[in-house]
Each structure stands twice: as structure tokens, then as C-alpha cells.
Design a protein around this ligand. Structure first.
Ligand code: SF4
Length: 199
């Protein structure tokens, strides 16, 4: 049903399937909106077009460029470290292995799953705020712990459908099942939803 409503689900980050861009934008997207990240990215990648350009930038240079994004201090520090490791350990080629991705500063399971799914076709549940909230409301998982949500949904959804599922959940979360006031009356999932039955 999600697929019918959102047949063309895409990642909200406009990274053009470029591994370096997706890594940077996904790290920047923590606790901010895709819209803000997309806006900043337009000028950011003109000034920093490669992993090397971030890795060996002067301290403060990158920070200046991403000042309009929340947590810009820690994000700029993480990105310089992540890009340095990407260049020096991986020859500027983003790895697909989960454990290797997790060694890059600023990359947690959420970002790693996004990268593995969108770039490498390996699937992965991106347990972000929309995924946690909606999978909980629909009754698939009670816990709000991202790892529990990831593992639970991973067991329920075939690998090849996981990335699209996560992108669709984000769109559904923004349009219908939003955090503060879900639009249950016009929701196409209402007859299956635990939240509406208990409220
Ligand atoms: S019925 Fe309401 S709570 Fe349930 S999925 Fe739809 S919008 Fe969300």
C-alpha cells in the first residue's frame, strides 16, 4: 500500500548517487532537514568537490561553509576525520561493509544503512525518527531503540525492498503520519493500525 501511494520513493538528499556526496550529506543530515542539507550542499560541493578537499582543509574552513546547519562544530570535525580515513585507508572509495562504514567518524548505523541500500543495493533499514514512530504506531515493534527497530523490520521486509520502504515511510511520515498530529481519518493504513485502534 505504501508502494501504491509512493511509487517513486527517492532519498530526500539530492546526492545524485555520488558516494562522496551521499556520505557528506548523510552525516550533515543528523537532526536537521533534508531541505537545509540540499541547500547547503549546492555551494559546499563547489568549494569541496572531493574527499581530499575536505580531508586536508584548514580547520574552520569547512565549519564556515556549513554554519547554517545544526551541530556544525561536531559535524565539520567528523567530516574531516571521515574524509581523511576515506582517502588514506580506502583510497577515496567508500566501502560497502557495515563494520568498515562504522569506522568513519559521524557514521552510525542509520547513515551506514542508507549508504548500503542506496549506493550498493544491499538493503538496510534506516531507523530514523519516521521509521521508529510509524513502525511503532502500526504495531510492528514496541521499542523505540533504533537497533531494535532496525532488527525487527529487517526480519520482516525483504532486503531488496528495504531502501524503498524507508524512503516511503519518510514521505508518509511527512504527509500523513506526522509526529504531532497524524491524519488518521484520511490514512490508507488506518484499518491495520494499532495506534488508531487504541486511541
Ligand atoms: S492511522 Fe494514524 S497513526 Fe496509524 S499509520 Fe495512519 S496516520 Fe499513522
Amino acid at each position: 500500500m505504501l508502494e501504491e501511494s509512493y511509487p517513486d520513493a527517492q532519498c530526500g538528499l539530492e546526492a545524485e548517487k555520488d558516494p562522496f556526496k551521499l556520505l557528506v550529506m548523510a552525516v550533515l543530515s543528523a537532526q536537521t532537514t533534508d531541505k537545509i542539507v540540499n541547500k547547503v550542499a549546492k555551494t559546499l560541493f563547489i568549494r569541496f568537490p572531493t574527499p581530499e578537499s575536505i580531508a586536508y582543509s584548514e580547520p574552520g574552513e569547512l565549519k564556515q561553509e556549513i554554519r547554517s546547519i545544526g551541530l556544525y562544530n561536531s559535524k565539520s570535525k567528523n567530516l574531516r576525520l571521515a574524509c581523511r580515513r576515506l582517502v588514506e585507508v580506502y583510497g577515496s572509495v567508500l566501502p560497502s561493509d557495515m563494520d568498515e562504514l562504522l569506522t568513519l567518524a559521524g557514521v552510525g548505523r542509520k547513515v551506514a544503512n542508507l549508504i548500503r541500500g542506496d549506493l550498493f543495493g544491499l538493503g538496510g533499514i534506516v531507523a530514523d525518527t519516521h521509521c521508529i514512530r510509524i513502525c511503532g504506531r502500526l504495531g510492528f515493534v514496541e521499542s523505540k531503540n533504533p537497533i531494535v527497530v532496525e532488527r525487527t523490520m529487517d526480519a520482516l521486509i525483504p532486503k531488496e525492498a528495504q531502501s524503498d520502504f524507508c524512503h516511503r515511510i519518510v514521505l508518509f511520515g511527512r504527509e500523513i503520519c506526522n509526529a504531532k498530529k497524524p491524519l488518521c481519518e484520511r490514512c490508507f493504513l488506518k484499518e491495520y493500525c494499532c495506534y488508531i485502534k487504541s486511541s
